[in-house]
Unconditional design. Structure first.
Ligand SMILES: *[C@@H]1O[C@H](CO)[C@@H](O)[C@H](O)[C@H]1NC(C)=O
Ligand SMILES: *[C@@H]1O[C@H](CO)[C@@H](O)[C@H](O)[C@H]1NC(C)=O
Ligand SMILES: *[C@@H]1O[C@H](CO)[C@@H](O)[C@H](O)[C@H]1NC(C)=O
Ligand SMILES: *[C@@H]1O[C@H](CO)[C@@H](O)[C@H](O)[C@H]1NC(C)=O
Ligand SMILES: *[C@@H]1O[C@H](CO)[C@@H](O)[C@H](O)[C@H]1NC(C)=O
Ligand SMILES: *[C@@H]1O[C@H](CO)[C@@H](O)[C@H](O)[C@H]1NC(C)=O
Length: 549
């Protein structure tokens, strides 16, 4: 084959962001409004192909996923794939800093490949407060037959979507935030979009055959509330979280903070009857509890009304975090094949401290990081950078690596931090507030090496778990506490680091990490796809020279 043709083929491959030889999964998603009454009050929800929550994506390592999404809402829409790493491909991340929104009445096709990140993920709407109306669901990445997972095949594989819920529409929630106030507490909690009535007539959410073992993937797609999950009379054997196989400990209950996912095995080894699965709000003065039914196939009799209690206080949750360990001998693929496996031996080249704060700017509630509250730009940051007009759209590094003094006035600007390609970086999330935080990083998984109460100092590094911390993409930070993560910034692109507490996210507690490969090589990053939507200042601009091999 001639060199030119070869280069052309490579460009074609790189332009689509999908690899030819691997299997494809095609989906058509129709995004519409609908009516549902999960708490008994009919209200507007966002449906995907008529479903609330949205459909599960069931994929296998290396599958190419192609989703043609039709936006039939009356406002712009984007979905983001939380925890899917999109290697070299922030073009498909689906957040305001990387993608132009899908205009109402139009469609856009996401193309991405799921790599060796066997595990449990979620997707959800990225814009405004749409996430509070639905449009979310589960995404599984199964292991190829070649890669054994460290447990026997379960009899079935169930997805449990937990979320806090408001009876106000997403537009009303947005209006409340735009007017400068908090959305306050939820009206209730849902399990797979429902609440069991407990009147003996509830349909089961899941069934189990006696003696068999099932996998449950438990994820929190809510707006702000940490939820404790448990199953009456049954223990849960933790096997995976956010793409990493864990040491298999048994738990009575799990705290699932916003946007986290856990996979557990549950054996149907109790008296055959119905059992409640229970989700309760945490860290909220008035606890709210919701149930759903699990039925034994040969079951006789209703679930006992006596629900196992939720734990109290956040120290319990911190202790639970400390029991999570990566299974170093599990033979499944490593989430971070780029050499950060012995992450404890790598020298840290930069420490970035990100401190969240709440304050009023011109009388309105804003959330900030190191004194700056992020604002989205009409031109996505990634497009501004790619088309080489960043100066027209944003300034790099408007925050420093150290939090500003707390009496400094908060300003509102897009936040983009430059990360030097392939450097090993330590990020400390400092929470001086009394509200729990949940932080997430797109495009990567990181080693969650510590969460502690108090204030971080360099001496705290001796408390890090430098051996078997779980590699994941979301980490909670308790009140007046800090969390430390380590990672290699080896995935070129523009990546969102955000609060998953969605009102904080909407009101500015997020930023972007710009990771540029100086080589401008297709080995490091794909070119912008031909079909990418353009908006803002890059419409009609000539495309810059494409990346080459
Ligand atoms: C999406 O659903 C709406 C409402 O049911 C329907 O009118 C429309 O034709 C559907 N669009 C597609 C592309 O399926
Ligand atoms: C998910 O995909 C796997 C692998 O192709 C398959 O074995 C399994 O039956 C699928 N599960 C569902 C619920 O479709
Ligand atoms: C929109 O959908 C049509 C019909 O399925 C498809 O041919 C087209 O490629 C889609 N457009 C985009 C931008 O994905
Ligand atoms: C780790 O995974 C291996 C299989 O790869 C399994 O045999 C072992 O039990 C797991 N270890 C723990 C502590 O869960
Ligand atoms: C890390 O830094 C130490 C001290 O500066 C140095 O001796 C060591 O070689 C470095 N290790 C690696 C893996 O670069
Ligand atoms: C950040 O990246 C931009 C674009 O590559 C570059 O112009 C700028 O010098 C970088 N700034 C820092 C502080 O690295």
């Amino acid at each position: 084959m001639g060199a030119v043709l070869w280069i052309l083929l490579l460009c074609l491959w790189a332009a689509t962001g999908v690899q030819g030889e691997d299997p494809y999964l095609f989906f058509e998603w129709n995004i519409t409004y609908g009516t549902a009454a999960p708490l008994g009050v009919p209200q507007q929800v966002i449906l995907i192909n008529g479903q609330f929550p949205g459909p599960n994506i069931n994929s296998t390592t290396n599958n190419n996923i192609v989703i043609n999404m039709f936006n039939n809402l009356d406002e712009p829409f984007l979905i983001t794939w939380s925890g899917i790493q999109h290697r070299k491909n922030s073009w498909q991340d689906g957040v305001a800093g990387t993608n132009c929104p899908i205009a109402p009445g139009t469609n856009y096709t996401y193309h991405f490949q799921v790599k060796d990140q066997i595990g449990s993920y979620i997707y959800y709407p990225a814009l405004g407060m749409q996430r509070g109306a639905g449009g979310f669901g589960g995404l599984r990445v199964n292991s190829r037959l070649l890669i054994p997972v460290p447990y026997a095949d379960p009899a079935d594989d169930y997805t449990v979507i937990l979320n806090d819920w408001w009876t106000k529409s997403h537009s009303t929630l947005k209006k409340i935030l735009d007017s400068g106030r908090s959305i306050g507490r939820p009206a209730g909690v849902l399990i797979n979009g429902k609440v069991a009535k407990g009147d003996g007539k509830d349909e089961p959410l899941f069934t189990m055959e006696p003696g068999k073992t099932y996998k449950y993937r438990i994820c929190n797609t809510g707006l702000k509330t940490s939820l404790n999950f448990r199953i009456q009379g049954h223990k849960m054997l933790l096997v995976e979280m956010e793409g990493s196989h864990t040491v298999q400990n048994s738990y009575e209950s799990l705290d699932v903070h916003v946007s986290q996912c856990y996979a557990v095995l549950v054996t149907a080894d109790q008296t055959p009857k119905d059992y409640y699965m229970v989700a309760s709000t945490r860290f909220q003065r008035k606890e709210m509890t919701t149930t759903g039914i699990i039925r034994y196939t040969n079951g006789k009799g209703p679930a006992s009304p006596e629900l196992p209690p939720a734990p109290v206080g956040w120290a319990w949750s911190l202790n639970q975090f400390r029991t999570f360990r990566w299974n170093l001998t599990a033979s499944a693929a490593r989430p971070n094949p780029q050499g950060s496996y012995h992450y404890g031996a790598i020298n840290i080249t930069r420490t970035i401290k990100l401190a969240n704060s709440a304050s009023k700017v011109n009388g309105k509630l804003r959330y900030a990081i190191n004194g700056v509250s992020h604002v989205d730009t009409p031109t996505p940051l990634k497009l501004a950078e790619y088309f080489q007009i960043p100066d027209k759209v944003f300034k790099y590094n408007v925050i420093g690596d150290e939090p500003s003094s707390s009496n400094q006035e908060v300003i509102r600007q897009p936040i983009v931090l430059n990360m030097t390609f392939r450097t090993f970086i330590e990020i400390i999330f400092e929470n001086h507030e009394t509200a729990i935080q949940s932080w997430h990083l797109d495009g990567y998984s990181f080693f969650a090496v510590a969460i502690e109460a108090g204030t971080w100092t360099p001496e705290k590094r001796k408390n890090y778990n430098l051996l078997d911390a779980v590699s994941r993409h979301t980490i909670q930070v308790f009140p007046k506490s800090w969390a430390a993560i380590l990672l290699t910034f080896d995935n070129a692109g523009m990546w969102n680091i955000r609060s998953e507490i969605w009102e904080r996210h909407y009101l500015g507690q997020q930023l972007y990490a710009s990771v540029i490969s100086p080589a401008r090589s297709l080995r490091d990053e794909y070119n912008i796809p031909d079909y990418a939507l353009l908006c803002g200042d890059v419409v009609n601009l000539p495309k810059p020279p494409p990346y080459t091999i």
